[in-house]
Design a protein. Structure first.
Length: 299
């Protein structure tokens, strides 16, 4: 039999290796629909959904890594709800880049760009998505470039209007991609299956994934939207399950739940983490673990 001392040494080595593996891949924590960058001060470490100068400068002052939101710089929504490239997207991009983005990047105010949310699901042609990403990458060859897509695009290769997309590869100049998947669509295991079967096979080896888990409540049909009559407990359970999955999956480098802000109307997702104390505290604990463990890697 193995001597007890050797068994202990092997166990310590295994724990150290697991910790090192965690630090090497799970590094990023944020939240959708923040009211202010200070909402995640001390437990989040990046912000991605703003193009407002004052908000970005405040986030940078707090030490958050900022991805500038390019959504309105590059895209428009038509009257019938389609996402399209702006007619003047190239000019709008170069104007923004020359006015502030080059300087902000050099100064470390921003570290990259959030390209947009569910763009091809909204009807943007895949070729236009690639063209926009390639244009930004040409001017910022080392910046982080991230966008989020709807899971239905990856599973069925159609957009919101049931048009075929031809989404055969994650755009090559993208750094990060995420999928949002919630209990009104399925289970956490279903989310894992989509990543493993539909997302990872079309990613390059140098690209990484984030996951957008649910963080909401509702007074309107909670069984449908939360998968349970108790939205709070359901969201807490999804939070811990998402964190466990991210720790185990080397391709997932971050979590950014949807959503933080609390809406007054009954929309089905109106309650955010800001007004769900147990959910908020859970994500604060998870975020602190991720951010504190990896603070030295992100400096």
């Amino acid at each position: 039999t193995m001597p007890p001392v050797l068994r202990l040494l092997l166990w310590v080595a295994a724990v150290a290796a697991a910790s090192a593996a965690t630090q090497s891949h799970l590094q990023w924590m944020s939240f959708w629909t923040l009211d202010s960058p200070s909402d995640i001060d001390g437990w989040g470490n990046f912000m991605f959904d703003s193009s407002d100068a004052a908000t970005i400068l405040r986030a940078s002052e707090l030490g958050l890594k900022v991805l500038y939101n390019l959504d309105t710089t590059l895209f428009n929504t038509t009257e019938d709800g389609h996402t399209v490239l702006r007619n003047d997207y190239a000019r709008a991009w170069h104007t923004a880049a020359n006015e502030k983005l080059f300087a902000w990047y050099e100064e470390g105010v921003i570290v990259g760009f959030f390209v947009g949310d569910e763009l091809t699901w909204g009807g943007l042609p895949y070729a236009d998505l690639v063209a926009a990403i390639d244009m930004v990458r040409h001017d910022f060859p080392t910046a982080i470039m991230y966008y989020n897509e709807c899971w239905l695009v990856l599973v069925y290769d159609v957009d919101l209007f049931d048009n075929p997309i031809g989404y055969n590869r994650v755009p090559g100049n993208l750094s990060w991609i995420s999928i949002d998947y919630y209990p009104d669509s399925g289970t956490i295991q279903d989310a894992k299956d989509i990543y493993n079967k539909n997302l990872y096979p079309i990613m390059s080896d140098n690209q990484f994934a984030l996951y957008v888990p649910p963080s909401y409540g509702t007074t309107m049909d909670p069984d449908r939207y939360c998968g349970s009559a108790n939205c709070t407990q359901a969201m807490v359970d999804w939070a811990w399950a998402s964190y466990k999955w991210a720790l185990e999956d080397q391709r997932i480098i971050g979590l950014n739940p949807w959503h933080w802000h609390c809406y007054p109307s009954e929309t089905g997702y109106e309650q955010g983490a800001a007004c769900m104390e147990a959910v908020r505290h859970t994500w604060q604990e998870i975020g602190a673990r991720i951010s504190q463990q990896n603070a030295d890697l992100l400096d």
